[in-house]
Design a protein around this ligand. Sequence first.
Ligand SMILES: [Fe+2]
Length: 359
Amino acid sequence: MFRTTYSLSSFTERIMLVDDDHSIRHLLNRQIATFGLETDQAQDGTEAMELLKNRQYGLVITDLVMPKMDGMELIQHISKHKPLTDVLVISGQNNSHNFSSLIEAGATDFIKKPFSIDELKTKLQRIFRERRLFNDLQQAQEQESRSFLGLVESLAISLSEKDPYTHGHSKRVTDLSLLLAKQLTDVDVDLELLRLCGMLHDIGKIGVPDNILAKPDALSAKEFSIIKEHPDRGTYILRPIERDAKGLTISKVIRHHHEHFDGKGYPCKIKGEEIPLMSRIIAIADSYDAMTSDRPYRKSLARKHALEEIKKNAGTQFDPVLAKKFISFMQNTVKPGAAKASSRVLLPVVRRNRIISAN
Ligand SMILES: [Fe+2]
């Protein structure tokens, strides 16, 4: 296998030494300094956790048997709260933990005391080389993901351009979704992800024929069933980004933006909190924008009446808690027309008598 030589001094992240024996910390510190690396020191797990609160460490080198908090507990803490920090365990022969239990707990590697300087150096080189490879891989994936998301965003714009009725719809749905998400104080919503989901929620309509998308008259049952395929089509288009955790979330949110809170939506008929939170947010913004936008065969609803429709369908079509928040902030903070359609929005004309669905 091809291996590059790794210079320890090229490692720029900080190292923490954790050992209750001052002389061992001192020895390790001196040795590691000869590699061109800097360290901080802690005498047990509790002190180490304090340091970890204030600084990002690339590597923690720890003993196992220590007062207050032992090494095993520290490894588990780092594994849970600082997953990007490597842990090298240095311990004597007489400990109750075997190598596999340490790795299972989240340690990166183990050195048994007594050890030689060469052994320490080799372990550090291996850990740092793997970190570099991991970082390179992650950067490449992030770059790939960014490029792809940029491309998909362009597709969303293309979708808006495809039909005059859709122009601006995705943007307004995004703006309203972000406004609603900012009202939620008890949950954390990733606003950047939500923005992308809003922009892309109807990306699956790229696969719907123009003559159906732009049809000004009533759709046949067959045409409507084709329109209803768009959440699944969107997921199909976004499959390449599903390797990325954020990409997978976007794909799921888009797939479920037409589910109803009572389970009577589509495509999966999931209900309540089974529906991703961002899908439930977009569903409200989407329907509101649909109702307040002019359509080929009728004028838009006044904001007051659109909000009444949202209220009427809270708990059946919409998440009742989100619907309440949406109505409240729209009534109290958003000026009439702030997120109103600047042009007509694409709305299939099926169910003309019930305009609450954006389809
Ligand atoms: Fe849709």
